[in-house]
Design a protein around this ligand. Structure first.
Ligand code: F6R
Length: 598
């Protein structure tokens, strides 16, 4: 959520900053800006909306020894140019990722002593605080440290000032920030995630909370010694669309390959192993609690069915933002699992910290190595989906679900709740998942054709039972996110307890009707909706005479294989409806990829 970059060096600063922001644009695209500093001269460019608007505005070829940049997802203050970062005082500029919770009090105090504010953001107080302290005692390091002491909330910050034109001041507390040595002597780079740094650096520090410092062309001086240098991945190939129209489309098509990666080294001939997590982590565990947000929550909900069914272990699932403030009862014999694509989602991260503090064993199922959650949890299982750029999550969900299904079997084996034959049967099904995720042209074409019909109406119900209920939630979320149409996911059996009152021909029901799980039950639920004239689109291997439309999935002998095939159908359908409506599939309005504010 929001992206920040910084650069010190002899290359073209504006080009490096803009290229970095391009990599981070998916994190927020309400506005973007850069500030370039050369001794007494600061040049600032800001633009509303997507990054190309800023690129068109940056019209200088002058050389600047350093600069900072930002791409914004608005939290405080509407998306306007005035609210775009970098924010300025009289002689300093700041970019910030996160939220300053006490900004109102700070702003009032600063205004009383004559500081003038031009934006509605929380960020602007940072630069004014810095100048307030500097005006009292002209020592920039001291002014920066005093500023940090005053801030409450989550933030990563880069600050530059004419009074100290060789330096970039930086600090991390709660929001991610990486500092990197460039490949050339005297180069320093900053970024809120590692993708802008790839190819420009081999050595980085993923800053811990409470760590900051001052950087210039002579090096990086940290305020404390709590830093560890690390390497960086070298491949940038993920940034390409590879001929697909959208990152989302590419990522849907990649699922078959990436779930194979998720299984490598874990799925044996007739057993499942996870080197990453010691068996001691589950010894004595009586209960599992899963916590996550959004799509990752849906993967967690799916896992709860699998864990209870296969491993006979009690499993509850909570939305992280709810869990944090409910004063939860935590039992030490609970394994606390968080699920997150980014590993940075603020609510999930805080829930993880709470559980750890309460003495629970913790595990994160995550896609991004070195992310904040992987550094907090006792153990990490990486999902290995590769970089996911589409804001609407696709391959993150399929890899999470595969990993969690394998974990369910691992627990089951460990607890002796599964027979050898049943385990072999499940492993055989797992091996068939990559095949189930290969997209048939016929299915994609069908979703394109259906997208013409499913554009209007007053809403969508996605319905399913058992694991197909979280899948229905996920289908509805995908449609909402990128088409902006109203959609709800429901357990099919719940319809008659209220929602069925909405049924009429303008209500579209997307019914998940697996052959291998509760087919007759869901069939009755769909019949009830059809009897009330709802327009029905069934997704199933079996044709159903009451359906108005039908997406055919392959016949298999395991409901989880049907699950993955239906997942693809839902992802494609929402993408094609979004395309038909002319929306931006990869960067839907009001959203950002990684939600680092609560
Ligand atoms: C939906 C989506 C979001 C995320 C949620 C959690 O397509 O992407 O709902 O799933 O913000 O993000 P992570 O998994 O990074 O914690």
């Amino acid at each position: 959520m929001c992206g920040i970059v910084g650069y010190i060096g002899n290359k073209n600063t504006q080009e490096i900053l803009l290229a970095g922001l391009k990599e981070l644009e998916y994190r927020g695209y309400d506005s973007a800006g850069i500030a370039l500093l050369d001794q007494n001269k600061i040049e600032v460019f800001k633009a509303l909306g997507k990054l190309h608007n800023l690129e068109e505005k940056v019209n200088t070829n002058k050389e600047y020894p350093l600069g900072i940049g930002h791409t914004r997802w608005a939290t405080h203050g509407k998306p306007t140019e005035l609210n775009a970062h970098p924010h300025m005082g009289e002689y300093s500029y700041v970019v910030h990722n996160g939220i300053i919770e006490n900004y109102k009090e700070l702003k009032e105090e600063l205004m009383k002593v004559g500081h003038k504010f031009v934006s509605q953001t929380d960020t602007e107080v940072i630069v004014h605080l810095f100048e307030f302290f500097y005006n009292k005692t002209p020592n920039s390091k001291e002014a920066f440290l005093n500023t940090i002491k005053k801030l409450e909330g989550a933030y990563s910050i880069l600050l530059i000032s004419k009074v100290d034109p060789d330096n970039i001041f930086f600090f991390k507390h709660g929001s991610p920030l990486i500092v990197a040595r460039g490949l050339e002597k005297g180069e320093v780079l900053f970024s809120s995630s590692d993708s802008p740094l790839i190819g420009l650096s081999n050595e980085v520090v993923y800053l811990e909370d409470g760590v900051g410092g001052i950087a210039n062309k002579d090096g990086i001086n940290f305020f404390n010694d709590n830093v560890t240098w690390a390497g960086l991945p070298t491949s940038k190939q993920f940034a390409q669309k590879d001929g697909f129209r959208f990152f989302m489309e590419k990522e849907i098509y990649e699922q078959s390959d990436v779930v194979t990666d998720s299984m490598i080294g874990r799925l044996g001939e007739n057993e499942i192993s996870f080197d990453e997590f010691p068996a001691s982590l589950i010894d004595g565990i009586e209960e599992i609690k899963i916590c996550a947000c959004g799509t990752s929550f849906h993967a967690g909900l799916t896992a709860s069915y699998l864990f209870e069914r296969l491993a006979r272990v009690r499993c509850s699932v909570e939305i992280a933002s709810e869990f944090r403030y409910k004063d939860p009862l935590l039992n030490k014999n609970t394994l606390f699992i968080v699920i997150s694509q980014s590993g940075e989602t603020a609510d999930t991260l805080e829930a993880l910290k709470m559980a750890k503090k309460a003495g629970l064993k913790t595990l994160v199922v995550c896609n991004v190595d070195n992310s904040s959650m992987t550094r907090v949890a006792d153990a990490t299982i990486l999902t290995r989906a590769g970089v996911e750029k589409g804001v609407a999550s696709t391959k993150a969900f399929s890899t999470q679900t595969v990993v969690l299904w394998m974990m369910g079997l691992y627990f089951a084996n460990h607890k002796n709740t599964i027979t050898k034959e049943k385990l072999e049967e499940e492993i055989k099904a797992l091996r068939e998942v990559p095949q189930a995720l290969i997209i048939q042209d016929e299915m994609h074409e069908k979703t394109k054709r259906l997208s013409k019909r499913y554009l209007h109406g007053h809403g969508f119900f996605f319905i399913g039972r058992d694991v197909f209920f979280p899948l229905a939630l996920e289908g509805a979320l995908k449609l909402k996110e990128i088409s902006y149409l109203h959609a709800e996911g429901y357990p099919a059996g719940e319809m008659k307890h209220g929602p069925i009152a909405l049924a009429d021909p303008e209500l579209f029901t997307i019914a998940l009707m697996p052959q291998n799980l509760l087919y007759d039950k869901i069939k009755s639920n769909v019949e009830e909706l059809s009897a009330r004239d709802s327009t029905i689109c069934s997704i199933s291997p079996l044709e159903f005479d009451l359906s108005d439309d039908f997406i055919r999935t392959k016949k298999t002998n395991h409901y989880m294989l049907e699950f993955f095939e239906m997942l693809v159908a839902l992802q494609l359908l929402s993408m094609e409806i979004s395309v038909r409506l002319g929306n931006d599939v990869d960067m839907p309005r009001n959203l950002a990829k990684s939600v680092t504010v609560e």
